[in-house]
Write a protein that binds this ligand. Structure first.
Ligand code: SF4
Ligand code: SF4
Length: 109
């Protein structure tokens, strides 16, 4: 992706979405991200159009991911998450470190 600060690959730590997002996916983080770098197996715009009950049924065992090549590490998403799923890469708890690769792998497809 070329051009603009949000399109540039930067050398800083990205933010990472971890386990608590699984089966939650309420898209609160998507709404504040200035770079549109949060996506998932179900499009966020589709999730936003659902009621809470419909969304809950739709995202069983699914989560959203942050594209590490686009994230500018602004941190705006971190405090929006109601289930504390988002961490700066260097602050991901030890038991969720695998999510760093899982976030990157989603965008490598
Ligand atoms: S840290 Fe900023 S750029 Fe990165 S995903 Fe969160 S809101 Fe988007
Ligand atoms: S705000 Fe948290 S639970 Fe909601 S989609 Fe983002 S990471 Fe998942």
């Amino acid at each position: 992706m070329a051009g603009g600060i949000c399109g540039a690959r930067v050398a800083c730590m990205a933010y990472v979405i971890t386990e608590p997002c699984v089966s939650t996916c309420d898209t609160a983080c998507v709404k504040v991200c200035p770079c549109d770098c949060i996506h998932g197996p179900v499009k966020p715009e589709e999730l936003e159009a659902l009621s809470a009950d419909e969304r809950s049924a739709r995202v069983q065992k699914l989560q959203l991911f942050i594209d590490p090549a686009v994230c500018i590490s602004c941190g705006l998403c971190e405090n929006e998450c109601p289930v504390r799923a988002i961490y700066s890469e260097n602050e991901v708890p030890e038991h969720w470190r695998e999510y760093i690769a899982l976030n990157a792998e989603f965008f490598a497809k």
